[in-house]
Ligand binder design. Structure first.
Ligand code: UD1
Ligand code: UDP
Length: 371
């Protein structure tokens, strides 16, 4: 059996790394086709997990449109699939790499296996273009690895058959466990590097396309208002390399008191910063899954989430993008609510998702893990 894993952005690489390692451990012939949709942020992940892609398609261009990205992906992935005889293609999540790789798999008649399948907001423009990407991959894929029961239910509602779906937990928990076991967390070092030792700090990330522009300015104004009135709080924001994000962040946050801006951090540095933080504010998908695992409350800076499990378990609050609402949520978090949120259980799995997926692809036997 010969497998191609196709991915190209930071979160896909983090969440596919443990699966790749597990497949290698079980002597499955697996190759990584890195599209290089991201560059620096992707290389940071390969380095920390000690992984070398078999193909590097070097797709990234600065500030490229979805159309340019999609056509470049099709033209570069397809020839490899035509030339190599893969039995399965594995893709992850909902990026443009994920969708186009699946489409290329379909054109080459290679069955597609979708990891982190079944997440939905049911609004095709939110998140954009991710909701449509994952729905389209759901239509193409032969096997769907759903992280939770809810994700499986979403797929069943769309007509996917029961025996095509396996509930696995999310591989992000496997990735977190791997990093904590194999690399030493650098909590004190990283805090020292940013002058945050013994400081109460909030960790912020913000990058989604639908938040860019005016929405992002509003979000940041709510956060700034809270910080200006609560001087015991610091804020650190590793800023995504997307130029549309960086421009606004620079205009709105540079030189704001007790705000630290930094370039994207390596996964080990970032997890260390999360561990040492008071809480997290984000529009990222992955952080909504990681924060519960390490017991940190999350304020989700979006109007909808495809990960309602985190909200239901109590660890996350869907705050939205309105500055007053953001300000108020930060204020209420500074109460007993904080303890309730940080004591909630992680609904995203037990760290054995990669083993379940590998076992499935070897035996094709559905044996669901019920979270
Ligand atoms: C992409 C995904 C999004 C995912 C996010 C994770 C799509 C359409 N979007 O969004 O689903 O949540 O990755 O971060 O697939 N850049 C660099 N270096 C890097 C990475 C990005 O310079 O290592 C800059 C480039 O100018 C690039 C721009 O960021 O053109 C945007 O990158 P792109 O992959 O198109 O979108 P993201 O916003 O990163
Ligand atoms: N992350 C990282 N360094 C950073 C910021 C984030 O390693 O400076 C990790 C984070 O722990 C999570 C993933 O990157 O696992 C999230 O990636 P991103 O926010 O780019 O994508 P999303 O989750 O929104 O798809």
């Amino acid at each position: 059996m010969k497998i191609a894993m196709i991915f190209g952005t930071r979160p896909e690489a983090i969440k596919m790394a443990p699966l790749y390692k597990q497949m290698k451990k079980e002597n499955i012939e697996v190759e990584i086709i890195s599209t290089g949709q991201h560059k620096e942020m992707l290389n940071q992940v390969f380095e920390i997990f000690d992984i070398k892609p078999d193909f590097d398609l070097k797709i990234m261009r600065h500030d490229q449109s979805l159309e340019e990205l999609s056509s470049a992906l099709i033209n570069k992935i397809s020839p490899i699939l035509k030339q190599k005889e893969y039995d399965y293609i594995f893709v992850h999540g909902d990026t443009t790499t994920t969708f186009i790789a699946s489409l290329c798999g379909f054109y080459s008649k290679i069955p597609v296996c979708h990891v982190e399948a079944g997440l939905r907001t049911n609004d095709i423009y939110y998140p954009f273009p991710e909701e449509m990407n994952r729905k389209l991959v759901g239509t193409i894929a032969m096997y769907h690895f759903a992280p939770t029961v809810l994700a499986k239910d979403n797929l069943l509602k769309e007509g996917i058959k029961e025996d095509q779906i396996l509930i696995t937990g999310n591989t992000v928990v496997d990735a977190l466990n791997w990093i904590i076991k194999n690399k030493k967390l650098e909590i004190k070092n990283i805090q020292k590097q940013f002058g945050l030792e013994d400081k109460k700090y909030i960790l912020l990330t913000l990058h989604r396309r639908e938040n860019q522009g005016e929405v992002m300015m509003k979000i940041l104004s709510g956060i700034k208002k809270y910080l200006s009135e609560n001087k015991e709080y610091h804020l650190i924001y590793p800023v995504h390399l997307n130029p549309n994000v960086r421009k606004i962040v620079k205009e709105e946050l540079q030189n704001v008191e007790r705000v630290i801006l930094t370039d994207p951090l390596s996964y080990i540095e970032f997890v260390s910063l999360m561990e040492g933080s008071h809480y997290i504010m984000t529009d990222s998908g992955g952080l909504q899954e990681e924060a519960p695992h390490i017991g940190k409350p999350v304020l989700v800076l979006r109007n909808e989430t495809e990960r309602p499990e985190a909200i239901r378990s109590g660890v996350a609050e869907l705050v939205g993008t309105d500055p007053d609402k953001i300000y108020k949520s930060m204020k209420t978090l500074n109460t007993a609510k904080y303890d309730d949120m940080s004591e909630s259980k992680n609904p995203f799995g037990d760290g054995n998702a990669s083993k379940r997926i590998t076992n499935f692809i070897k035996n094709k036997k559905v044996n669901n893990f019920l979270v």
